[in-house]
Design a protein around this ligand. Structure first.
Ligand SMILES: Cc1cc2nc3c(=O)[nH]c(=O)nc-3n(C[C@H](O)[C@H](O)[C@H](O)COP(=O)(O)O)c2cc1C
Length: 355
């Protein structure tokens, strides 16, 4: 099973709380985390793109770096770990993103891939007057399909004359070709998103679910497996989880309860309002899901709380889910968390015995 780290490109990582570790995103912090990940044999690091924070007393995600430039810096200081940047497809033209990717491919010598972000938060784009309107919620994965097709044509042939509903290329050129295949990843949860990933991506990230119940994700993974089967392509399902670990179960649960006490209600409410703008209310996992009980405080990311032994056992349970290709990890405290994972948890995991 592959393991990656979702590095904190925005302040406070993935916990909206005034009592969780408080920190700003810097290159130095993300470099230290990624170098630890590389040292402990992790397979990949991903950074997100977030262009508008959620506010509240913690100013959640109001401070965020840009994903490609951060990964370019990390590409220069790492040697083995695979790196993924996230592209906001509405804000960056496909041929520019493709050229940025070829550049980071060169810096990293073939260790680079792109996470396709269709855009679920209107305020990120409206602030620049580039939100296409409500119809984007319906069209966004069709737009992404054209976007990825253009990028792949440019990488594979150096040229594109693509004519689609949203994108038009006129003898568009891009050389040099990448040193290695640039993987496409995505994080579609809606059926349209999952189908897009199955048709165009190499991996799709699923929201991990449950509090110490990782098997709750089996159904979401199965949806990904079924969608990939229909296309006849390979598209691995990677699950997003947060680890809150300590030497004992009691100490880990005490941290969890403490973070919950400081939940940033205003930031959560703001996220909820953004999620509700998506009128396709049928979707079951989305910003609306993230802001529901039991733990809106950490966006309802599937969470593993406990001692190193408990967390290692739960991680191995994820490996038992049929079709799960790996896990993308977040931590309450990324520096301590990476060390705890690398020194105490991973060595206890059967599914990582090869590392
Ligand atoms: C691992 C992971 C990474 C994501 N990265 C971003 C990101 O960088 N920027 C963003 O706006 N949304 C991001 N999202 C949200 C997804 O792109 C997607 O919109 C969301 O999972 C809902 O799925 P849907 O688009 O099919 O409704 C991410 C989600 C996950 C689980």
């Amino acid at each position: 099973m592959d393991i990656g780290v979702f590095i904190p490109i925005a302040n406070n990582g993935w916990i909206m709380s005034a009592t969780s570790p408080q920190y700003m995103p810097t290159f130095d912090l993300n470099k230290e985390i990624t170098l630890k990940a590389e040292k402990y044999g992790l397979d990949f690091a991903l950074s997100m793109i977030k262009l508008h924070g959620f506010g509240g007393k913690t100013e959640f995600w109001d401070y965020a770096m840009e994903s490609f430039t951060l990964m370019a810096g990390l590409a220069a200081v790492t040697e083995r770990i695979k790196l993924y940047a996230s592209v906001p497809v509405l804000a960056i033209p496909a041929p520019i993103a493709a050229r940025m990717a070829v550049t980071v491919d060169s810096i990293s010598h073939g260790r680079f891939g792109i996470n396709i972000v269709s855009g679920w938060q209107k305020a990120e784009y409206d602030q620049m007057n580039i939100w296409p309107g409500q119809e984007h919620f319906l069209n966004r994965y069709e737009f992404c399909a054209e976007y990825v097709t253009v990028m792949k044509e440019l990488w594979e042939t150096g040229q594109s004359d693509f004519k689609g509903r949203f994108l038009t290329m006129n003898d568009c050129r891009l050389l040099p070709k990448p040193e290695a295949k640039i993987d496409i990843v995505c994080a579609g949860q809606s059926q349209t998103g999952v189908d897009f990933a199955a048709a165009h991506a190499d991996y799709n990230f699923c929201f991990g679910m449950g509090l110490n119940e990782p098997k709750k994700c089996a159904e979401a993974v199965q949806r990904n497996v079924d969608a990939a089967k229909k296309t006849g392509r390979k598209c691995g399902a990677l699950l997003l989880f947060m680890i809150i670990a300590a030497e004992t179960d009691e100490a880990a649960w005490a941290k969890w309860e403490h973070y919950k006490e400081g939940a940033d209600i205003d930031a959560i409410a703001w996220m909820n309002s953004q999620g509700e703008a998506d009128t396709r209310k049928s979707i079951d996992v989305s910003a609306i899901y993230m802001s529901r009980p039991p733990s809106a405080m950490n966006l309802n990311i599937g969470t593993l709380v406990g001692s190193y032994v408990t967390v290692a056992r739960l991680m191995d349970e994820i490996d038992e889910i049929e079709g799960a290709a790996g896990v993308l990890l977040t931590f309450d405290d990324f520096l301590e968390g990476m060390d705890a994972f690398g020194q105490h948890i991973q060595p206890l995991m059967k599914s990582r015995a090869h590392v």
